[in-house]
Design a protein around this ligand. Structure first.
Ligand SMILES: [Zn+2]
Length: 320
C-alpha cells in the first residue's frame, strides 16, 4: 500500500490559535502548520514569517490587527522556503529582512522550491492566485542585525546561529522578555524537515547557540509555543534527538555500503515510536534521508528539489 505523496492528501483545515506571549509579542500556531509571529515596537510592528500566500497571510493579519494597528516596518523571513516567504505582499512591509544566504537561495532555487512546496502541501497554498511572484529581501545580513523597538521595549536581535534547517536560517530574540522565534531550527511536537539541511552543524553548534539564549518562551517553526524553560529545553532536546537519530541510523547504513532505501527504513523505524504521529513525519522522511545521504557522500550544498525530483525520491524510498 503506497502512502499518499507528501502532504497532498492532508486537506483538513487546522485550528489556528492566536496567542499573546508577553507585552507586544504575538504568535499564531496551527496544530503543526507553519507558525507566524509578531513583535510590537513603539510605533511599528515587526512580523516574523510570511506564510505561503498573501491570502493566508491576510488571515493572520486580521487576527493581529485586533490587537495592534501599527504599520509593519519589518517583515523577517527566517529562511527561504516558499511556505514562509510567498505571502509577503500582504504585509506592505517597509523592509524585508533575511540572511545573505536566503537571498542567494531564492535566486538560485526559488522557482523550483515554489513548485515543489505547492505540490507537497497544497492546503497551505490556499489563495495561490494572490502570490505576485518570488519574495525578495530588501536588507540581508550574515551574522546579526539589531532592531531597536523604541521606548523601553528593548531590542529585537536577529541572529544567524550557524547552518541548520537551511544554509541561511535566522532567529528572532526579544531580549527584554526572553522570547525566541526559532523558525524551523526548532520544532515543538512536529517532525523536522531536513531536505535542505546541514545535519552535522545543526545537531551540534547551531542548536547549542540556540540553547544559549536561555529563552523562557520559544516559538518554533511548527507546533505549539514552548512556554517556560523546561518546555523550551524539551523542544530543543527533541529536535536534537531527531537529528542525532537520523545521523546514527543513516550513517550506519552508509558506512557499511548499504542502499539509501535501507537507510530510509532504518531511520524511519528508529524515529517512528516517538515521532511517528507528529505532523508531517511521513511527509518529511524520504526527503530528509535523501539529503542526509548526500551529506554523508560529501555533497555540501543541498541539491535543488523540483516537483519531478520530489516524486522520484518519494517512489524510490517507499516500501514495496
Ligand atoms: Zn522550512
Amino acid at each position: 500500500m503506497s502512502r499518499p505523496f507528501a502532504s497532498a492528501a492532508d486537506l483538513a483545515e487546522k485550528t489556528e490559535t492566536f496567542e499573546v506571549l508577553g507585552d507586544g509579542i504575538y504568535a499564531l500556531t496551527a496544530e503543526g502548520d507553519p507558525n507566524v509571529g509578531a513583535v510590537e515596537g513603539e510605533d511599528f510592528v515587526v512580523c516574523f514569517e510570511a506564510r505561503a500566500t498573501p491570502y493566508m497571510a491576510g488571515r493572520w493579519l486580521s487576527h493581529l490587527r485586533q490587537h495592534v494597528d501599527k504599520p509593519v516596518r519589518y517583515l523577517v523571513l527566517s529562511h527561504y522556503h516558499a511556505v514562509r516567504t510567498l505571502g509577503a505582499a500582504a504585509f506592505d512591509a517597509e523592509i524585508i529582512v533575511a540572511h545573505d544566504e536566503t537571498r542567494h537561495l531564492i535566486a538560485e532555487r526559488g522557482r523550483e522550491d515554489w513548485a515543489s512546496e505547492a505540490g507537497r502541501m497544497p492546503r497551505l497554498f490556499t489563495g495561490a492566485e494572490t502570490i505576485p511572484g518570488l519574495t525578495w529581501p530588501t536588507v540581508t545580513f550574515s551574522d546579526r542585525l539589531t532592531i531597536d523597538l523604541g521606548g523601553d521595549r528593548g531590542d529585537l536581535v536577529l541572529a544567524h546561529c550557524g547552518r541548520g534547517h537551511t544554509a541561511g536560517d535566522i532567529v528572532g530574540w526579544v531580549a527584554k522578555q526572553r522570547v525566541l522565534f526559532a523558525g524551523d531550527l526548532v520544532e515543538a511536537q512536529a517532525a523536522l524537515y531536513t531536505g535542505d539541511a546541514f545535519h552535522a552543524d545543526w545537531s551540534a553548534g547551531t542548536l547549542d547557540a540556540i540553547a544559549a539564549f536561555g529563552a523562557e518562551a520559544l516559538v518554533g517553526g511548527r507546533g505549539a509555543v514552548a512556554s517556560g524553560r523546561a518546555a523550551v529545553d524539551a523542544a530543543i532536546a527533541q529536535t536534537r534527538e531527531f537529528l542525532l537519530t537520523m545521523r546514527r541510523e543513516v550513517g550506519d547504513v552508509h558506512r557499511r555500503g548499504g542502499r539509501v532505501r535501507d537507510a530510509f527504513a532504518a531511520a524511519r523505524g528508529a524515529l517512528e515510536p516517538r515521532y511517528g504521529r507528529w505532523p508531517i513525519f511521513e511527509h518529511c522522511m524520504p526527503f530528509n534521508v535523501s539529503r542526509l545521504w548526500d551529506e554523508l557522500d560529501g555533497v555540501d550544498w543541498p541539491r535543488i528539489w523540483t516537483a519531478q525530483r520530489d516524486r522520484e525520491v518519494w517512489d524510490q524510498l517507499q516500501d514495496d
